[in-house]
Design a protein around this ligand. Structure first.
Ligand SMILES: Nc1ncnc2c1ncn2[C@@H]1O[C@H](COP(=O)(O)OP(=O)(O)O)[C@@H](O)[C@H]1O
Ligand SMILES: [Mg+2]
Length: 423
């Protein structure tokens, strides 16, 4: 599967029109005319394009009308037929339609069209009299409504690439988590079972939430964060959890994120009010694990405060430590604050800010900018000062910043890696 699928862009027009036009005689014609397709492409997205190298090899486009959408056309270059590209394009198109709150997706094809089997496999029902295919999203209000109720959404593309540095963690998560989920057939050929639940632990502010969001963005799955405060709205937290997982089961694919999970599943000491909640969560995870295309990501700053039964094998596939940003990550984060084209000695800042979290760096950068601003105020226009903080301002701010991660925390984290990490 060596193609990439992206949203239709204006400069794809000529190539997509050519695909639609040149494949019309190959049994890929549709009830929509070329002119209608062009109008839909240019005004009424969504449309998706598959490219191999940089050459468009397939396209799928739709037209929206209220809560129903019509798939207007799936055009595949002849050399790429029969390799699953049509299904891949349809899946990408459906994702965008569901995000646009579409509930019914219809696709009308000529009688002899070969794609028919593929559509049935994708959940479309054939209406015999008119050879009319329609798909109704399951559940009361459709996936889009379930997702909205859960406070979930599709995250923007590209968050994965936005995670700077952290090569060790990034490579590990990519190989163990992202790729088996993204390519389940390929993983299965080697006997690799995709993970269903992972836990991330490490000091505060090191990027656990950032990684969870990046994985969802990379997979193109909706991101649902379960917040205890919100779950308890319904009455009891245990009931809220049960209700939330029932709704999650209605979604076709989803990444569920639970932050500060040690609060939901703390070490059991005596009669804790949380016992019921912990038990509920332990009961819900096996059911969650049975579905394909779903991943639970739990994060904690304090893995040692978690109920030991919680992280057991069989519940969590991996327990992954996320430490303070490495040099490359600090470099990337500092460069966000120093601005392009300045003379700031980034290497000096990187070296001086070991063990700083991204949040610490942000704080120090702000203090440095403030110092430059105050210097300017003091000079009161008497002299022309360079704009922005200089290396000295940054180094002073770093020296004055109280680090979030103390030496003691580093020791604890190192010990936790030895006792809890499972990668
Ligand atoms: N590798 C990274 N590259 C760039 N920014 C990062 C990175 N890791 C964390 N950040 C930023 O640092 C801040 C804190 O990260 P977060 O993921 O909330 O930490 P945690 O969930 O571990 O407490 C966020 O603003 C995030 O954007
Ligand atoms: Mg967090």
């Amino acid at each position: 599967m060596n193609w990439l699928i992206h949203d239709y862009r204006e400069d794809d027009l000529a190539a997509v029109v050519h695909l639609i036009d040149s494949t019309a005689e190959l049994g890929q014609e549709s009830v929509f005319s070329l002119a209608e397709c062009i109008a839909a492409l240019t005004e009424r997205r969504p449309a998706v394009v598959a490219v191999h190298g940089s050459v468009p090899i397939g396209a799928a486009l739709a037209q929206l009308g209220g809560d129903r959408a019509w798939v207007m056309r799936i055009a595949i270059h002849p050399a790429w037929r029969g390799r699953g590209l049509a299904s891949a394009l349809l899946r990408e198109l459906e994702r965008r339609l569901v995000a646009a709150r579409v509930r019914r997706i219809a696709y009308v094809l000529p009688q002899e069209e070969l794609l028919g089997d593929g559509l049935a496999n994708a959940g479309y029902v054939r209406r015999p009299a008119v050879a009319y295919f329609e798909k109704t999203e399951p559940g009361s209000g459709g996936s889009a409504d379930v997702l909205a109720d859960l406070g979930g959404r599709l995250l923007p593309e590209g968050l994965w690439d936005g995670v700077a540095g952290m090569t060790t963690e990034k490579t590990l998560i990519e190989r163990r988590v992202v790729l088996p989920l993204a390519e389940p057939e390929r993983a299965a050929r080697h006997g690799v079972r995709p993970p269903r639940a992972i836990a991330l632990f490490g000091p505060p502010g090191t990027g656990k939430t950032t990684f969870a969001r990046a994985v969802a963005s990379r997979l193109g799955w909706p991101f649902v964060e379960l917040l205890p405060s919100r779950l308890a709205d319904e009455g009891s937290l245990a009931a809220g959890l049960r209700e939330a997982f029932a709704r999650i089961a209605e979604l076709e694919r989803v990444l569920v994120f639970m932050d500060e999970v040690e609060e939901l599943a703390p070490v059991r000491t005596g009669a804790s009010a949380m016992h019921g909640v912990t038990n509920e969560l332990l009961k819900l995870i096996p059911g969650f694990r049975e579905g394909d295309e779903r991943l639970l990501v739990c994060a904690t700053n304090s893995v040692r405060s978690l109920d030991p039964a919680f992280l057991r094998h069989g519940r969590f596939d991996y327990v992954i430590p996320i430490g303070t940003p490495d040099e490359a990550a600090r470099h990337a984060i500092w460069s966000r604050y120093t601005g392009p084209g300045t003379e700031v000695d980034l290497a000096a800042l990187v070296a001086a800010s070991e063990l700083f979290t991204p949040a610490d760096i942000e704080h120090a950068a702000r203090a440095a900018a403030q110092a430059a601003f105050e210097r300017d105020l003091a000079a009161d226009g008497a002299e022309q000062l360079p704009a922005g903080a200089g290396t000295g301002d940054f180094l002073t701010a770093i020296a004055q910043c109280r680090r979030t991660v103390t030496g003691e925390m580093v020791e604890e984290f190192t010990a936790d890696i030895a006792t809890h990490a499972r990668v």
